[in-house]
Design a protein around this ligand. Structure first.
Ligand code: MN
Ligand code: MN
Length: 486
């Protein structure tokens, strides 16, 4: 399926191998696709991938879209990125960024050709499924204090009980200032959790269908049990917690209304597997693609075409809102940017191409019944290219054209980056989408490409390090290719 990288064999050895091949073997090689594990293509790749993923694990420690943006900004500035100035015409090699409300980010490296010639865009989302706090979250019951949550994105609710949770977010105070909250990530910090019923008393619970084992209104985060000592007060435990928050963050209960707080798994991103070939952690959908894109964007110096790297918000809830992909924010920025070069945005978009970088479901041998192995993706087989996503009869999908797929394929083969095809499971097993159709609506040719993932949307997702490393190489190749788009 794809050429090998860093071939270690000597030429004479290869020639003797070639001589020993039967006519059928040669024909097979020429005509058939034989996907190969990255470890079989190049055994030394794991070492490089492990090195690459040290940075990834640090990146993954940022667990909300705001934290990713806060983390990225100083790195951009250190790498010569300047804040975008409206109306300014930038020279080839110049780098700019636009920070949209601290929740989504656009990064640009100007190409040798005028941006009017088209852009090479890569988008990944930096929001992940989580438990958002309700606007009036705090209450006390049975002398225990809780936060009420409303889950964000598609989760199996039962997976979110009895694991350590951390608290993240921002509160806008009465005086107009904001305070950032992050509790449960430092080793000295306390953590929070949602309790579950003991098996001894769960006879009825265990008979329920999975969506009802733990229901939305039971996703209440336990935050304290010690009362404030005053006979005249009714909710003593709640008051005691509120007092702690007031002392540390100057927050009163009213401030929750003007806050974005959430609970996420407190696990640290970590090496997975005895061979340390994988990364385990929360939020890899889609931080794994965001990191690969980010590294490719930073490393791109003077590309042929102008590159645009987008970190987008709100993908997990349908891309609505001013920081989501359906916002006009993206097109408005491109219009502002290219008008300095005398170009019409609609002409630029038609000449552009976008990689919608998002994870896909890797075949999980524990559940073979939902995967069609000829067309689903596998861990360690490289970045997954998905011609289409959606569900049922290809509903709600950007279905990339043959020519667009061909263009991407030529780029990857030229750069010797392995890749695999991937459909999201069996037809009618379920389905899901990405932001690809929110991009192609702007008349931009778009293809989905990402990292295969196990346990998607769970509190502890799993990726293979070599796949992440190869996605970085793939995006870098896309950004730096001189191939003319069809
Ligand atoms: Mn997702
Ligand atoms: Mn995703």
């Amino acid at each position: 399926m794809s050429p090998s990288i860093n071939v270690k064999y000597t030429e004479s050895y290869l020639m003797s191998m070639e001589k020993d091949k039967t006519a059928g073997q040669k024909l097979e090689e020429k005509l058939m696709v034989k996907p190969k594990n990255l470890g079989e293509i190049d055994g030394s790749m794991l070492k490089e991938a492990q090195k690459f993923c040290e940075g990834y694990k640090e990146f993954l420690g940022n667990k909300t879209e705001r934290e990713v943006v806060d983390y990225a900004l100083p790195i951009l500035q250190k790498n010569g990125y300047k804040e975008y100035e409206l109306g300014k015409k930038y020279a080839p090699g110049e780098k700019v960024y636009l920070n949209n409300r601290g929740k989504n980010l656009i990064m640009v490296t100007v190409g040798k050709k005028s941006p009017a010639e088209g852009l090479r865009i890569a988008v990944a989302h930096i929001d992940s499924p989580r438990l958002d706090f309700k606007p009036s979250p705090m209450y006390e019951d049975t002398e225990l204090a809780y936060f009420k949550t409303h889950y964000y994105g598609g989760i199996k609710k039962y997976q979110w009980t009895t694991i350590p949770l951390s608290l993240h977010g921002v509160v806008s105070l009465a005086d107009g200032t904001s305070v950032k909250v992050r509790i449960g990530e430092d080793p000295e910090d306390p953590v929070l959790c949602i309790t579950d019923l003991l098996p001894h008393l769960a006879r009825d619970q265990m008979q329920k269908p999975a969506p009802k084992i733990v229901e939305g209104e039971q996703l209440n985060v336990l935050i304290g049990c010690w009362p404030y000592k005053d006979e005249k007060v009714s909710s003593k435990v709640k008051l005691n917690i509120m007092n702690l928050l007031a002392e540390k963050y100057s927050i009163t209960e009213k401030d929750f209304l003007s806050a974005e707080l959430c609970a996420v798994p407190a696990f640290k991103p970590t090496d997975m597997g005895l061979d340390r070939s994988m990364v385990g952690g929360y939020g890899q959908d889609d931080s794994v693609c965001a990191y690969a894109e980010f590294m490719a964007e930073l490393k791109t110096k003077k590309p042929e075409y102008t590159t645009v790297t987008v970190f987008i918000d709100k993908e997990e809830t349908g891309s609505d809102g001013v920081t989501g992909m359906r916002s006009f924010m993206f097109k408005d920025f491109i219009e502002d940017f290219v008008s300095a070069y005398g170009a019409e945005v609609r002409h630029v978009l038609r000449r552009s191409m976008c990689l919608s970088c998002d994870v896909n479901a890797a075949v999980d041998p524990n559940w073979p019944e939902v995967f069609e192995k000829k067309n689903c993706s596998f861990l360690n087989y490289g970045p997954v290219i998905s011609k289409y996503t959606g569900s049922g009869g290809k509903y709600s999908t950007n279905d990339a054209s043959a020519e667009t797929m061909g263009y991407l394929r030529r780029i990857l083969e030229e750069a010797k980056v392995p890749w695999q095809v991937g459909e999201l499971g069996k037809i009618d097993a379920g389905g899901g989408g990405t932001i690809a159709s929110e991009i192609s609506i702007h008349n931009i040719d778009t293809v989905d490409m990402g990292v295969p993932l196990l346990s998607m949307h769970s509190p502890f997702e799993v990726t293979a390090k070599a796949d992440t490393y190869m996605l970085y190489k793939a995006v870098y190749a896309f950004f730096n290719s001189k191939l003319v788009k069809p």
